[in-house]
Ligand binder design. Structure first.
Ligand code: ZN
Ligand code: ZN
Length: 750
């Protein structure tokens, strides 16, 4: 007889791990106990040595699918002749260390719960809050760790006798399921029609409203959605006019069996859609199907999501038609989580609110993914993967905790300690009061959830960013990180894929909108080389003027005019005010940003002169380019380290071209220019690994060309899959850049 004590860490809370340990020990006739501590699990077992050895092995090999346990410590203890095996009360004060606390992501309604939900004989039939140890909300309901009901948004729902019996029964699949609920004791749904008040049957009333062509708000896991029938044009028109969101594509919810009817999805698309994350996946649109034309105007792809919360399954079981599902917010702001906010801010838009009384502690938008060269890539980190856990090649000293405040648009936050990087879900663009409120909430809560106190802050070097202003008001030492250095360094986040090592030299193309560079100019079309903490910029697109500054991003016609003026081409119809700005350099900052160059090209081709959402012009340009398969490109020479793009613009202006052909030539030209710059950099530095980072590389066509062309020149492409290539990855890059600087004795924070 021996006695062993184990401390397990990794993802062990909120994943059914304690019930699993209990069942395993009981099955092996071992006595002892299992206990949640702050983020870890403690296990004590007594029994024959060979049985305990078997137990220890199976603790890891047989763990539940969502669990990722590892044994951090094991000790021999005195045998006490314990009689049984128990799950004992959690101990948040236990001095078992807390360096590997894991906060689990929210999990979609599992197949077992789905069948109970739709089984009229089951006590949870039609119950929108069904869950078990393998599914249900986690990140969005947790107040603090250990993950026990009293530390979640379920604390105010005492279990009824039946639920309590399931909770306490080791053989039950809801044994210690913390958000456990049933119609007797759990949260309830209400549907309130704006015109007719509270309705008797919430789900059916909501479905009727959707069938009638109305837009309603539906409370979900990480916030409210706006929903309407995706086969009717009129409610979508209404939604677009009142959100307002005139052109930005909307996602639709389908049942899995409807996917082939509406899209040309491949197996890769389907695998992502049915994965545990249940993300929005951009899929190729099918034409001639019964979907309203105004869902994703001018684009070839459409965002698809399968039902994931029990409420979605119930709505779809009744409606069985595609639904528009979009975050309920004012465009650019974080998703709304309170019915009072829907009432105060979106009442002009919705005809009813399907609400419930389970609180959402913090917002989490849906995760968004797309498929490039048959591989899935995360575009937006959100519900189902957040908090996203990554490794850092630059571990921090054990007393240090670094927080990164991210970018101005597509903001995410990052927390780092030891070797760990924890990424928040997408927050929002940082231009609104509500964005600030959520940002400040999360920047306090994220370290607290992991039992850390922030000791250092990393932020963008741009003094005008809201996140920079917040950072400069804090007392901690801080690092100001240049936007494109952060883009480059984000590629060093350690994922389950092929990783870059600490101080490995690579070259990175950082192509995006604009960001502040270390020469006080606006970058965005750069080739950097080096490694975190030491980036050199040797090549970049010849800077051009942005007449109107930030306004030029929303009005690509301004960029088109500017590019023409740079080429010495004037039209009599040109805007005189813009000419004046351009000539006199008034509010016409220089930039090398490829994103803006693409904006200008799209406007020159008459595709998009005014953009209502970020990236609209390049997205529409790419969609049209898909209709041509020409290989033609224009050679862009490199002179004194600058890529000279005049040839492309002159070619676009001087000859009349078919639009799709010209759009394709633009993409081919950028791909060939990148290859040319990469070969030049490789010849000069010997570096063979080419990273890509920045919003421009969300362009599938461009990346597909690079994937084909780079290997032909003996170069390897590094294109991470698990972190967003756009500004959503900036906070990750800030962490890595600041960590690399902290490793260097000479660097001191501000
Ligand atoms: Zn379940
Ligand atoms: Zn109950």
């Amino acid at each position: 007889m021996i006695c062993k004590h184990y401390i397990l860490d990794g993802r062990v809370q909120g994943v059914g791990f304690r019930p699993f340990v209990h069942n395993l020990a009981t099955q092996l006739n071992l006595a002892g106990w299992v206990q949640n501590t702050s983020g870890n699990v403690s296990v004590r077992v007594e029994g024959d040595a060979h049985v305990v050895a078997d137990f220890e092995r199976r603790l890891i090999s047989d763990a539940p699918p969502q669990a990722k346990p590892s044994i951090r410590e094991r000790w021999d203890k005195t045998v006490r002749q314990l009689k049984s095996f128990l799950i004992i009360t959690s101990d948040s004060q236990a001095k078992t260390g807390n360096h590997n606390v894991q906060v689990p992501p929210d999990h979609y309604c599992c197949p077992d719960c789905q069948s109970e939900l739709l089984d009229s004989a089951n006590s949870r039939y039609d119950y929108a809050f069904i869950n078990c140890t393998q599914c249900g909300p986690r990140y969005t309901i947790i107040d603090s760790l250990p993950y026990d009901r009293r530390n979640t948004a379920m604390a105010d729902f005492p279990l009824c006798d039946n639920c309590a019996a399931e909770y306490q029964s080791p053989s039950n699949r809801r044994f210690h399921a913390e958000p456990l609920a049933c119609p007797q004791c759990g949260p309830t749904l209400t549907y309130t029609s704006t015109r007719e008040g509270i309705q008797h049957d919430a789900i059916n009333s909501a479905c009727e409203a959707i069938q009638k062509g109305l837009v309603i708000a539906v409370k979900g896991i990480g916030g409210f959605h706006l929903m309407c029938d995706a086969t009717q044009t009129q409610p979508i028109e209404w939604l677009r006019n009142h959100k307002p969101r005139p052109h930005k594509p909307l996602a639709i919810m389908l049942l899995p069996e409807q996917l082939d009817e509406y899209t040309h999805a491949t197996d890769t698309h389907r695998q992502q859609l049915t994965s545990d994350v249940r993300p929005i996946v951009l899929c190729p649109k099918k034409s001639g199907v019964a979907l309203a034309e105004n869902i994703a105007p001018q684009l070839q792809e459409i965002g698809i999501i399968f039902p994931y919360s029990p409420l979605h399954f119930l709505l779809m079981a009744t409606l069985r038609r595609p639904l528009v599902v979009t975050s309920a917010n004012i465009s650019g702001e974080p998703v709304l989580t309170e019915a009072t906010d829907i009432h105060n801010r979106l009442q002009h838009l919705v005809d009813g609110v399907l609400n419930h009384n389970r609180p959402i502690r913090r917002p989490a938008d849906d995760t968004v993914m797309h498929v490039v060269v048959n591989k899935p890539h995360v575009i937006r980190v959100g519900r189902g993967i957040a908090p996203l856990e990554l490794g850092s090649p630059y571990p921090l000293d054990k007393n240090n905790t670094l927080v990164a405040t991210g970018a101005q648009s597509k903001n995410t936050l990052c927390l780092a300690f030891d070797q760990r990087i924890i990424v928040s879900p997408h927050i929002a663009d940082m231009d609104s009061l509500r964005s600030h409120t959520v940002f400040e909430q999360l920047i306090q809560e994220l370290p607290a959830l992991y039992n850390r106190n922030t000791t250092h802050i990393a932020h963008d070097a741009h003094p005008g960013y809201a996140t920079t202003r917040w950072s400069t008001q804090q007392s901690q030492p801080r690092f100001a990180i240049y936007h494109h250095h952060a883009h480059a360094s984000s590629l060093y986040a350690q994922t389950s894929g092929r990783n870059l090592t600490c101080d490995q030299n690579i070259m990175v193309f950082t192509w995006d909108g604009v960001g502040l560079g270390n020469d006080s100019h606006l970058w965005g079309g750069d080739c950097l080389h080096g490694h975190p903490g030491n980036w050199q910029r040797t090549l970049y697109f010849k800077p051009f003027k942005l007449p109107g500054g930030d306004r030029a991003a929303r009005e690509p016609w301004r960029i088109a005019d500017s590019l023409r003026l740079h080429c010495g081409i004037k039209f009599t119809s040109d805007d005189p005010l813009l000419h004046k700005m351009w000539d006199q350099n008034v509010n016409a900052p220089l930039t090398s940003a490829v994103g803006r160059l693409l904006d200008g090209c799209a406007a020159l081709l008459g595709i998009c002169s005014h953009a209502s959402y970020e990236g609209q012009a390049p997205m529409e340009l790419a969609a049209i380019a898909e209709q041509s398969n020409t290989d033609k490109h224009i050679d862009l020479p490199i002179i004194d380290g600058q890529v000279i793009w005049f040839g492309l613009i002159k070619w676009l202006i001087r000859k009349p071209h078919e639009t799709a052909f010209a759009a394709r030539v633009i993409h081919n030209t950028l791909a060939h220019s990148l290859i040319r710059q990469a070969v030049a950099t490789a010849n000069k530095t010997g570096i063979k690994t080419v990273g890509i980072s920045g919003g421009v590389f969300q362009n599938r066509l461009l990346v597909e060309r690079l994937t084909t062309l780079l290997p032909q020149h003996g170069l390897t492409l590094h294109h991470p899959q698990q972190i967003p290539v756009n500004d959503g990855g900036i906070s990750i890059g800030q962490i890595i850049e600041a960590s690399a600087l902290m490793h260097k004795q000479s660097s001191r924070p501000l």
